[in-house]
Design a protein around this ligand. Structure first.
Ligand code: DOR
Ligand code: ZN
Length: 336
């Protein structure tokens, strides 16, 4: 029986710019109705002109595909209410990075004293602009996300009307925080549902599985799987698909990021099926929950997946995908 997914959404995607944008944007635009596009370019997207220009470059790169890039702004504590009002119609969310925590995040926030962030966060809260956060401290790498949970909680408490999305959660602590605060939500990636640190570094080092936040313990992966497979209403799929050229991955100083965009739907169908979760739950995880949380009406797209073997290409135009050269059970049959 073929499986149909309606208007899939990727609520955390790195499309990059320039040549890389041209290579990867059509791959997401083929199977997804839309994606929340991350602003960590060099320089980061911080003005209305930059948003508008970046969006036109994305639209140009996707060609004729029916796909909406939902734009984000790179958080700065200096954004005023007037500025936010002037960009509100062009953005879907604002993304906050702690300074230096991941790729191109040097211009991020270096402290989380509520006082310093209050004017911008209060304005966002009043205007209804969601706040997406890369939640890691600069502590020991395995503890960074769990250490960030009290910061999430303090933000959730101080700004109860602000929708806060804990991006690409990887720990059982973040999963638990979801149910403690009404205004905390989360995205979960495909790779964090599938791998632990063992897959990255337990045997020969696997650069194509190296990402931030680093994959954690089996019990963390199980906690993520539990809420994703059950389609917990506060979790959404966000691939965090983060393409880097092969030479930037297979080298000393390997860049962080896993490239999953072209195979995400095929693998998610297999993952839900092999865990005995109903396809309706995947529909919620891949689209319906995000529509409700972000109040989106995505463009109509039906992706029909068929159970027939699909060999993941070794490389997509210079970028090595997750599970390269392995055989998946599902293939994209048609996209209407
Ligand atoms: O592994 C990652 N790569 N994590 C991020 O948060 C950013 C991303 C990138 O932009 O390469
Ligand atoms: Zn990301």
């Amino acid at each position: 029986m073929p499986t149909t997914l309606h208007s899939p959404l990727d609520m955390h995607l790195h499309l990059r710019d320039g040549e890389m944008l041209k290579r990867v944007a059509p791959l997401s635009a083929y199977t997804f109705s839309g994606a929340l596009v991350m602003p960590n370019l060099v320089p980061p997207v911080t003005s209305k002109e930059e948003i508008l220009e970046y969006r036109s470059r994305i639209i140009k790169a996707i060609g004729n595909e029916n796909f909406v890039p939902y734009m984000t702004l790179f958080f700065q504590p200096t954004y005023t209410r007037e500025f936010l009002e002037s960009v509100q119609d062009e953005i879907t969310a604002i993304k906050l990075y702690p300074a230096g925590i991941t790729t191109n995040s040097e211009g991020g926030v270096s402290g989380f004293e509520i006082g310093a962030l209050r004017p911008t966060l209060e304005a966002m809260s009043e205007l209804g602009i969601p706040l997406c956060i890369h939640g890691e401290t600069n502590g020991f790498v395995m503890d960074r996300e769990a250490e960030f949970v009290p910061i999430y909680e303090s933000l959730a408490l101080h700004f109860p009307k602000l929708k806060i999305i804990m991006e690409h959660i990887t720990t059982k602590e973040s999963v638990a925080a979801l149910d403690r605060f009404e205004n905390l939500y989360a995205t979960i990636t495909l790779h964090h549902l599938m791998i632990t640190l063992d897959d990255v570094a337990g045997g020969m080092l696997q650069p194509h599985l190296f990402c931030k936040p680093i994959a954690k313990r089996p019990e963390d992966r199980e906690a993520l799987l539990r809420v994703a497979l059950a389609a917990h209403p506060k979790v959404m799929f966000g691939s965090d698909s983060a393409p880097h050229p092969r030479e930037a991955k297979e080298c000393p100083g390997c860049a962080a990021g896993v490239f999953t965009a072209p195979i995400a739907l095929q693998m998610l169908v297999e993952l839900f099926e092999s865990n005995g979760a109903p396809i309706e739950n995947l529909q919620k995880f891949i689209s319906d929950n995000a529509r409700k949380i972000y109040q989106l009406t995505p463009v109509k797209k039906e992706v029909v997946l068929q159970k027939s073997p699909f060999v993941v290409p070794e490389i997509y135009d210079g970028v090595v995908p997750f599970h390269a050269k392995t055989t998946l059970q599902y293939t994209i049959h048609t996209v209407i």
